[in-house]
Structures are given as structure tokens and as C-alpha cells.
Design a protein around this ligand. Structure first.
Ligand code: ZN
Length: 170
């Protein structure tokens, strides 16, 4: 839930929300350098989602889903940081063999458990700014060193993006 709240907050600073200032007015308030860095980092996310194949011949449209995917990545990053702060005050042990960090990432993935017909998926990929649930489940996590560490993944594991391709916005 923390990641979902973080996702919504970060829309204020995604490719669309960033065009508005603190008073809600359409005004460019970014320094040229910040904007350039933001666009370069956004491009990383676009490339990541362009790479996801929905079915033979059909890929996610990175430009269409970039705002929502930035929201997922930023939301997870801020919620993970919040969890680490809470754990300092209130240490937690394992439950069912899973550490608090592992449970954090499993909870995120559970949130996207769903089933969709191919026709619906095709419609979503062509028209909806949200990536398909299955790509939201693992896409942002594959960028996060904290996820890799939580599950002891190797650099070559499928859920870990190569360091050079790893995306981080905030
Ligand atoms: Zn959103």
C-alpha cells in the first residue's frame, strides 16, 4: 500500500505532473539540467517497457506507459525507504520463512495477481497508460538493488536487469 501511495504522490513529478508548479499552474519550473537528467532517466524506463513482449509481435509501448512506470518505480523506492526506517524502530523477524524485505516485494507482486483475456491485453497495450499487471509486478523490482539483495539474486538472474540497463528516477 505504501508503494501505491508513493506511486500516486510521484505523479506530481512524472512526465505530465512535472509541467505544473507548486500552485498547480502550468509553468516550467525545472532547471535545464534537472529536466535533461529526468528525460534521460525516463528514456531508460521507456526502453525497459518497450522490451516486454505481450505476445508474438506485440510489445508494451514504453512511451505510453512511462508515466505510470515511473510512478511504480518511485513509489516502490520511497515505500522501501519508509519500511527501512520503521524496521529500525520496530524490528521484525521472518514470517513463513520470509524476511520483512522479502514480504515487502511479495506484497507488491500479489497486488498485481490477475487474469486477462488476450483481447483485453491487446486493447490495454494499445490504449492504456498502465502497463499490464504482470509487467508491473516484476518490471520495477528488476531495477532495484534492494530486491536483488532481499532474495540473494545473482547478476545474471532473469529478475535482475544488467547494471548498465538499470533505471532509477528518484
Ligand atoms: Zn498512476
Amino acid at each position: 500500500m505504501g508503494a501505491v501511495i508513493g506511486h500516486e504522490i510521484s505523479h506530481g513529478f512524472d512526465d505530465q505532473g512535472a509541467k505544473f508548479d507548486a500552485q498547480g499552474n502550468l509553468r516550467d519550473w525545472w532547471t535545464p539540467e534537472d529536466l535533461k537528467n529526468f528525460q534521460a532517466r525516463s528514456q531508460c524506463v521507456i526502453k525497459q517497457f518497450d522490451g516486454y513482449e505481450v505476445e508474438p509481435g506485440l510489445h508494451e509501448n514504453g512511451k505510453l506507459v512511462v508515466g505510470e512506470s515511473i510512478g511504480d518505480l518511485g513509489g516502490l523506492a520511497i515505500a522501501y525507504r519508509a519500511l527501512q526506517k520503521v524496521l529500525v524502530q520496530h524490528p521484525e523477524g521472518t514470517i513463513d520463512g520470509f524476511t520483512p524485505d522479502q514480504r515487502f516485494f511479495i506484497s507488491w507482486a500479489h497486488g498485481w495477481a490477475a487474469s486477462a483475456r488476450p483481447e483485453y491485453q491487446r486493447l490495454q497495450v494499445n490504449t492504456n497508460p498502465h502497463p499490464l499487471d504482470r509487467f508491473r509486478a516484476f518490471g520495477p523490482l528488476s531495477n532495484m538493488p534492494s530486491f536483488q539483495k532481499a532474495f540473494g539474486c545473482k547478476e545474471s538472474d532473469p529478475m535482475v536487469r544488467a547494471v548498465a540497463d538499470r533505471c532509477q528516477i528518484w
